[in-house]
Write a protein that binds this ligand. Structure first.
Ligand code: SF4
Length: 362
C-alpha cells in the first residue's frame, strides 16, 4: 500500500489574522536548519517505503529557496520507493510565484501547485489581511500554466458577511475561467487564539452560509467539477491523491513541527516547536492515538468523500449503520450501488448526520 509523505514548512512572510496553523517568520538560517532536519527525518522512515504522494504544506512552503525543496525531494527519492508518477504538491502564496521559481519547482519534480488565493475580490482579500491582489492571484495561476503545471489548485474562503450570491458568483466565474483543475473552498472559522478570535469580522449567518455552500456546489458541478469531498472540487482525474489518503484511512507520514502521521494503526503528532524540531536528531513525535481508525472513525472519514462508504466493509456495524441511515435517505444520505454517501445537504449538517449514524457504532 502506497503511503503519503507530508512535510510541514513552518514559515510565513506575514501571519494572516484568521490562521492558527503553526508558522513563524521566515529566516534563511531557520530555513537551512529546517531543511537539514527534514532530510535527517526522511532518512529514518522505513527504507524503501512505497509512497506515491509528497505534500509540502504549511505555512508557506513556496518561501523556501527552491534548492531546499529540491534537496528534500532528492532525499525522499533516495530513501523511499517513490512512484514514478507520484503526485508532488507544493502550497504556494501567489506573491512568491515567479517564472524562475516555477521553473525550479518543475525541475525538482513538483507537479501540483496549490495556490493560496483565498479570494478573487480585492475587498475580501483586504478584509482577510492577505497581501496579494486578485490580479496577482490570477497572474500566478496563468504563470503556473505557462510554466507547464497542469495540476493547479486554488483555495477560496467563504464566510464574510458581504459574500452575497452575486459576489460569490463573480468569484467562481473567475476561478473557472482560469486553468484551474481543483478548488478547495473553506468556511472561515474563527479560531479563539487569532486576531479574528479577538475582533471577528462580520460573518454570514448560518442560513446564508448554507445558501452559499449549495450555490457553490451547483455552480461548480455545472462547470464540470466533481464535488468529491465536503470542501473540495476537482475536474476528472484531479482529486488530490494525497488528501484522499487522509479520508480513505491510508497511511501517511508527517515530518516537521506540527505535522501529524497515521500508520500502523496509530496516530502521531510532532509538537508545534521549530527549535525543538531542528535541534533533535529525530523529531520529537508522540503517539496521540494508540487505536486509530476504528470502524466509527473510518465511516466518519469516508463520508467526507462523495464516493462514501460500503456498509458491508464493516461487517460488525453494517446492520446498525443501515438501520440508522434509513430515515436520513434521500435528503441527507444517498444509497446507491451498495454505497452510502452524504448529499450536499448532508455535508452541511454533517456533524448531526454522523452523530445519528454512529450512535451505536464503536
Ligand atoms: S493562511 Fe497561509 S499564509 Fe496566512 S498565516 Fe496561515 S499558513 Fe501563513
Amino acid at each position: 500500500m502506497n503511503a503519503g509523505i507530508y512535510i510541514h514548512v513552518p514559515f510565513c512572510a506575514v501571519k494572516c489574522p484568521y490562521c492558527d496553523f503553526y508558522s513563524g517568520r521566515y529566516s534563511a538560517k531557520d530555513a537551512a536548519a529546517f531543511t537539514a532536519a527534514v532530510c535527517r527525518n526522511l532518512n529514518t522512515l522505513p527504507q524503501d517505503l512505497p509512497a506515491d504522494t509528497v505534500y509540502f504544506g504549511g505555512g508557506t512552503p513556496s518561501l523556501l529557496p527552491p534548492e531546499m525543496i529540491g534537496r528534500m525531494l532528492c532525499t525522499a527519492r533516495e530513501r523511499l520507493l517513490l512512484a514514478q508518477d507520484a503526485e508532488i504538491t507544493l502550497e504556494a502564496n501567489p506573491l512568491t510565484v515567479t517564472a524562475e521559481r516555477l521553473a525550479a519547482w518543475k525541475q525538482s519534480g513538483i507537479n501540483r501547485l496549490s495556490l493560496g488565493v483565498q479570494s478573487f475580490s480585492d475587498e475580501t482579500l483586504r478584509m482577510l489581511g492577505r497581501k496579494h491582489t486578485a490580479q496577482q492571484a490570477k497572474a500566478a495561476v496563468l504563470s503556473a500554466q505557462e510554466a507547464g503545471f497542469q495540476n493547479l489548485s486554488v483555495d477560496l474562503m467563504l464566510g464574510l458577511a458581504h459574500q452575497n450570491s452575486s459576489r460569490l458568483r463573480v468569484e467562481l466565474e473567475t476561478a473557472v475561467t482560469l486553468p484551474v483543475t481543483h478548488l478547495s473552498a473553506y468556511l472561515l472559522k474563527i479560531e479563539p487564539e487569532t486576531p479574528f478570535g479577538k475582533t471577528p469580522p462580520p460573518l454570514l449567518s448560518a442560513d446564508e452560509t448554507a445558501d452559499r455552500y449549495l450555490e457553490m456546489h451547483s455552480f461548480l458541478t455545472d462547470a464540470g467539477f466533481c464535488h468529491y469531498e465536503i470542501s473540495n472540487f476537482a475536474k476528472k482525474g484531479y482529486a488530490s491523491r494525497h488528501n484522499c489518503k487522509y479520508w480513505r484511512g491510508l497511511p501517511y507520514y508527517g515530518i516537521g513541527p506540527a505535522a501529524h502521521s497515521c500508520h500502523d494503526g496509530k496516530r502521531f503528532a510532532v509538537p508545534r516547536d521549530l527549535a525543538a524540531f531542528t535541534a533533535a536528531p529525530l523529531q520529537p513525535e508522540t503517539v496521540t492515538d494508540e487505536a486509530a481508525l476504528t470502524d466509527g472513525e473510518r465511516i466518519m472519514l469516508g463520508l467526507r468523500l462523495s464516493e462514501g462508504i460500503c456498509p458491508e466493509d464493516y461487517p460488525a456495524s453494517a446492520q446498525t449503520l443501515r438501520r440508522a441511515a434509513a430515515p436520513l435517505i434521500p435528503q441527507y444520505l444517498s444509497a446507491e450501488n451498495g454505497r452510502l454517501s452524504m448529499t450536499p445537504e448532508g455535508w452541511l449538517v454533517s456533524n448531526s448526520v454522523l452523530a445519528a449514524l454512529l450512535r451505536d457504532i464503536p
